[in-house]
Design a protein around this ligand. Sequence first.
Ligand code: ADA
Length: 562
Amino acid sequence: MIRLFERHKKRRSFTLDGLWKFRTVPERKGFDEKWFECFPEDFTEVFVPSCWNNELGLYEYEGTAWYSKTFSVNKENVKIVFHGVTGFADVYLDGKHLGSHYGSFTPFSFNVTGISEGEHTIVVCVDNTHNDADTIPLSTVDWYHYGGIIRSVEINELENVWIENCKIYYTLDDDLKSARLNMKVRLKSADGVKRSDTLRIYINDSIIYEADVEIIGESEITVENLELNDVKLWDTENPYLYYVRFETEEDDLTERIGFRKIEIKNKVLYLNKKKIYLKGVNRHEDHPDWGVAFPVKLMKKDIDIIKNLGCNAIRGSHYPNSEAFLDYMDQEGLLFWEEIPMWGFPESVLKNPLVKERGLKMLEEMIERDYHHPCIIIWGLHNEIATHTEAGYNITKAFAEKVRSMDNSRLITYASYHPMDDVCFTLVDIISINQYFGWYYGEIETWAGFLEDFKSRLKGQGLEDKPIIVSEFGAAALYGEDTFECIKWSENYQEKLLNHTLKLFHDDPDIIGCYIWQYCDIRTAKEVGLTRARGFNNKGLVNEYRKPKLAYWSVKKIFKKQ
Ligand code: ADA
């Protein structure tokens, strides 16, 4: 399952989830021997979607692997969508190179026209090699860089004219009772022949637009100023959703939106003009049995556990999450901060033009994919890069401009690890800081003095009008380490640190929210593994099997009261 709602009634769409032929191979061998034309006989099979690191014998494999799958179609035009392939992907259909893609957590697709009905074979080369020069993320990162086709591969059968994509923009009027919608619909046709069609648009099954259209290859239809009165708003208590269906004679596509307004006024965060304080956790998509490719059922369980904790917010640390996870947050009224996996980049790497190019592409693909989700209120530009340097400023400026050019309806920020010498805060709407007083340095009680120093620095820079989020803080606790002594690595100490900090942040008028690091324990990369007990990041409120630690219950008590 890719989405939690039906996106097509007319169009036939199916996934290639299931067993694929699979072979790991050192570097170029598969290309040199043209495996895309003739897959080697000595293959095994793996399930797609999955991480190969969850297969026996491949726990720490990072490199190249080849996949092959034969499938049948009944139309001569198809769209092949890869919802997530780690690192570098090269895709072939019947031995012909369709194209390649870089980036693990955003989709890419190929339209193939004029193919024969019947059987076809997809071959994919996946390379999840990381380095410390120009991959995003770098090798040195604090989560495990799994490899594989980690999300579904989807086949859409297309007629001669199809809906390529659509974008729904809206503004709410001042009393939040009516909405004005503008839409862009991109239609494509299989050949250069001029074709006529009719475009109809429905909102919750009521038609709101109909027009005859002409398509030669590709055309973009703009629909402006559609008024919708008496809208039901989307918010954390009543997350009301609207289904917008686009239809031509032979095709259709449904998007889902929610009407809400997120804004900051006088350093206060408002959702639909009501003040809101973000009570969040940082969540990795990680599980011992599924890696980063785990089933929708577990996504629901994670959200249910997080809501039960009293949270109203999640930060998708540190990469675009599965679409089904976003769908469920839309349905459950959670507020989401989504970001790209640019983690801990030093100044030298930020100067590499390829890093900037790849980062801009990832931001574009993330926003292109997730624009319609009402749960997303914040776009995160990066995490703990060298924002105290000129290179950090230049890339942050470029990223902020890119995001704002695609979406000026949401807030932007980044998580800074340089609060006292950061030079990029002017570029974003919210100042977000990661700090670990009481764990890596200082004491739990150091937090209060730090915040005063930090805020007086901001005042000295004329930034006192920007609100603050504490985007990461916390302590590790080994599951079951429940001790009389309140010492580091015990559940008791983690609980003590969080009890202290949650209250301190909530009582601070300049802080609009906080995200505990982190929701669950996760496997980490071998590059940092030796600095982590058992090769895991153990700062979860629950362990990797979602078993609650002591702190889970005291955080719940505090969040429920806030
Ligand atoms: C950083 C980083 C997190 C995690 C955390 C930790 O703030 O953003 O991904 O590594 O530190 O546990 O140290």
